[in-house]
Ligand binder design. Sequence first.
Ligand SMILES: [Zn+2]
Length: 372
Amino acid sequence: MDAVSSLSLTEFIRRLPKADIHYHLLGGVRLETMLDLARKYGVDLPESEARSYYRAYQTPGGPRKGGIAALTFLYSLMQEAEDYARVLLEVAEDAHHSGVKYIETFWNPSDVCLPYETVNQALIKAIAQSQRDFEITIRLIPSINREKSPEEAVAMVEAMIAHPHPYVLGIGIDYKEHQAPVEHFWKAYQLASRHGYQLTAHCSEFGLHWRNVETGIELIGVDRIDHGYSIIDNPALTRKYAALGIPFTVVPSNTYFLQQWPDHDTWCQKHPIRAMAKAGLNIIPCTDDWHMHDTTTTKCYQVMVEDLGFDVLSLKTMMCNSLAASWMPQIQKEQWTAEWCRMFDALYAALEDQPGDSAEDLIRYRREQTIK
Ligand SMILES: [Zn+2]
């Protein structure tokens, strides 16, 4: 590690080794790459329209397109396997600059105009290159588009079973949850589980009822939950899942809550991430849609401290728990945890003002998670 004398909070967080286990590959497409892909395939895409997909360029009252619309549009622009390889390598490069060492990334095979194995092979090759070029480990989570049929989800899992690879660790589900709760997709989940895949699911996003989390855990048997904020509306289940240590990958930049409470102070106070932490749930901060949401893993951790009111040492807990919740082999998790904790402690000693210890309502989040 470089010699450090005095680090700002941003630089401290940037240098921390970090894992991001809720990351949508296409949410990490750069604006210039979207424009390049449109040019490549002769799609008329004015820059102003491309910018409307990216939060960094959205203005109140101006054109705005949601994350899901962006992903759907991007899949239509990615027509060759090399496009996926390019995007994965750019994701790795950007993540490397934010101190990320490990990503588990979602992609949606049913939205792709190419066979599963064609894209999967391109991604696997790009993963090997990103390990060499950027010292970052990336693993894949094919994810169900729940706006499509349960039968397409089964077909996705069948393709995974026909073409297994050690970099493909499990399945997820995303897109709009309102009409498509996770139980509709039980057959795909059961098939994946029977073939040794890990399971996660976007549940109770967009302010939807806590029963979607309950169904995901109790009926589908997921290993972890993506989002899951409404669980705090059910104190008994919250206590149960806190005791079980079920990981909840939470997203400070989640669009729903930003729109719900556009006033920054209200947003900070009411964000369910705070209540989830206070209730002892195992929360793991993640970026979700990196460029679309105008975030980075560094920013994500910084928001936890500067906006949501966690003390800096809470980040060590979250860092360790992100590894524990990952789907890497146990021996790798243990090795990384030991190394990353040493790095955290060295960087923490060099942090300039270890901020906020006297702040009112500071959350000191400490939650030992056993690696398994
Ligand atoms: Zn997501």
